[in-house]
Design a protein. Structure first.
Length: 395
C-alpha cells in the first residue's frame, strides 16, 4: 500500500476540531453539547449582507479577479480609514479567508527551512500553515500567570537565528484574548528593524478590544516595508462561512509575489465577496451592538469561570476567547471524558485542549481554550456543566 507524505504525517490535528467526532457521537445519543471549542459567532449576519446574497441577479457565477473585486477593495479602504490606516485598494488582496492570506504571505516571504517566530500559546493553525510552507517555527512563551502579556525582548532575541525571517503576532490574540500595548508593539518594531524581519500581524479581532484603549495596528508602526497585515470579515460580521479574508501590505514586492500565488489559485469566492462588500458600510450600529454583546459575555463568563474551584482565567482584553487552567493533569483527557462519559441533565461541554496551541511539548497540558460565543443563558448552563464535570472527574 502506498504511504502518505512525510508532510502529511507531520501535520498536527486541530485542537479545535479533532474532538468533533466525539461531540457528534454524543449528539446522536440526544446529548446537548455546548460548543466552547470554536470561535463560531452565534450573532446574526447583518441583514443587508443576507439581502445582497438573496438579490443576486447574475446568470453566470463567474471567476472574480485574482486580487478580488475592486468594489470590495475600495470599501475596505474606507473601513481601514476609520481606524486611521491609510491604505490603497491596490495594496489589498482578497483571499479565501484569513487562512489563505497567512499561507500565501508565508510562502511569498519565506523560503523552505526558514524560521518564523511566534508567541505561544498561539492560533494552532499557524503551525499547520508554517509546516505546509516547509518552515520551522520558533516560539517565545507567554505565561498564564502574567495574563499572557508579551514575553521579554530577551526571549525573542534568543529565538532569532540567521534563518529567522519573520515574526508572527495575533492582536487581539486568538487564543488568549490578550491585546498588545503600544509599548510592546514598539519593542516588536525594534526587533523587526534590528534583524530586518517581516512582521505578520493577524488583526482579525480589531473590532473587539474591551480595555477602552485605541486599537493600534502594526501598519501604524512606521515600518511599512516590513508589515504584512492579515484580516477577515468572518468574526466581525458573523460570516465565517463565506471565506473572505484580506492580505494588506505597503510592500509592493510582497504584494506582487502574493499575486502570483493568487493567480495560480484563480480567484477568491464570488458569493462571499458580494456578501462582504454589502457588510462594510451602513453596519456601524450592528458592530456596536456586537461589541457590547461580546463584552457582556466576556464579563459574565470569566467571572463564572473563576468562581469554579481550581479554575483560573485571566481577563481577556479582546477577541472572544480565553485560555483557562483547570484542576486536572491532562486537559485533553478531561475534554474527551466530558464528551464520552459525562452527562449533567443530558448535557455536556466541548472545549479545545490548549496544549495544541503551544509548539513546546508539555506546555498547556492542564489548560483549555474556550470561546464565549454563546448567549449568556447558554454560557451559564455550560459553566454549570463544567463545574459538575470537574467535581465528578476528581472523585
Amino acid at each position: 500500500m502506498p504511504e502518505i507524505s512525510k508532510l502529511g504525517a507531520r501535520m498536527p490535528s486541530s485542537p479545535i476540531r479533532k474532538l468533533a467526532p466525539l461531540a457528534d457521537a454524543a449528539k446522536k445519543e440526544g446529548v446537548k453539547v455546548y460548543h466552547l471549542n470554536i470561535g463560531q459567532p452565534d450573532l446574526p449576519t447583518p441583514q443587508k449582507a443576507l439581502d445582497a446574497l438573496g438579490q443576486i441577479k447574475r446568470k453566470t457565477l463567474e471567476y472574480s479577479p485574482s486580487e478580488g473585486y475592486i468594489g470590495l477593495r475600495e470599501k475596505l479602504v474606507g473601513y481601514y480609514g476609520r481606524f486611521g490606516l491609510q491604505v490603497r485598494a491596490d495594496e489589498i488582496i482578497i483571499t479565501t479567508g484569513g487562512s489563505e492570506a497567512i499561507l500565501l504571505g508565508l510562502m511569498s516571504c519565506l523560503d523552505p527551512e526558514d524560521e518564523i517566530v511566534m508567541v505561544e500559546p498561539g492560533y494552532a493553525n499557524y503551525i499547520s500553515f508554517a509546516r505546509t510552507a516547509h518552515l520551522s517555527v520558533k516560539t517565545v512563551t507567554s505565561r498564564i500567570e502574567d495574563g499572557f502579556k508579551l514575553p521579554p525582548v530577551e526571549e525573542f532575541e534568543k529565538a532569532i537565528t540567521p534563518r529567522t525571517k519573520a515574526i508572527l503576532l495575533c492582536n487581539p490574540s486568538n487564543p488568549t484574548g490578550y491585546v498588545y500595548t503600544p509599548q510592546e508593539l514598539q519593542q516588536i518594531k525594534e526587533i523587526v528593524v534590528r534583524h530586518n524581519l517581516f512582521l505578520f500581524s493577524d488583526e482579525v479581532y480589531r473590532e473587539f478590544v474591551y480595555n477602552g484603549k485605541p486599537y493600534l495596528s502594526a501598519l501604524s508602526l512606521g515600518i511599512p516595508e516590513h508589515v504584512v497585515m492579515i484580516d477577515s470579515v468572518s468574526k466581525r460580521y458573523s460570516e465565517c462561512g463565506i471565506r473572505v479574508g484580506m492580505l494588506v501590505t505597503h510592500n509592493k514586492d510582497v504584494h506582487d509575489t502574493v499575486m502570483k500565488f493568487c493567480q495560480a489559485r484563480l480567484s477568491p469566492p464570488l458569493l462571499g465577496q458580494i456578501v462582504a462588500e454589502a457588510s462594510i458600510e451602513g453596519t456601524e450600529e450592528y458592530s456596536r451592538a456586537c461589541f457590547e454583546e461580546y463584552k457582556a459575555r466576556r464579563d459574565f463568563f470569566i467571572q463564572g469561570l473563576n468562581q469554579i474551584p481550581g479554575v483560573f482565567s485571566p481577563v481577556p482584553e479582546g477577541a472572544f476567547y480565553t485560555v483557562a487552567s483547570l484542576p486536572v493533569e491532562d486537559a485533553e483527557a478531561f475534554c474527551r471524558w466530558m464528551l464520552t462519559d459525562f452527562r449533567y441533565k443530558g448535557e455536556t461541554v466541548m472545549m479545545a485542549p490548549a496544549a495544541g496551541f503551544y509548539e513546546t511539548p508539555g506546555l498547556g497540558k492542564n489548560q483549555v481554550r474556550m470561546a464565549y460565543v454563546l448567549e449568556k443563558e447558554e454560557l451559564a448552563k455550560a459553566l454549570k456543566v463544567l463545574s459538575e464535570g470537574l467535581k465528578s472527574y476528581s472523585l
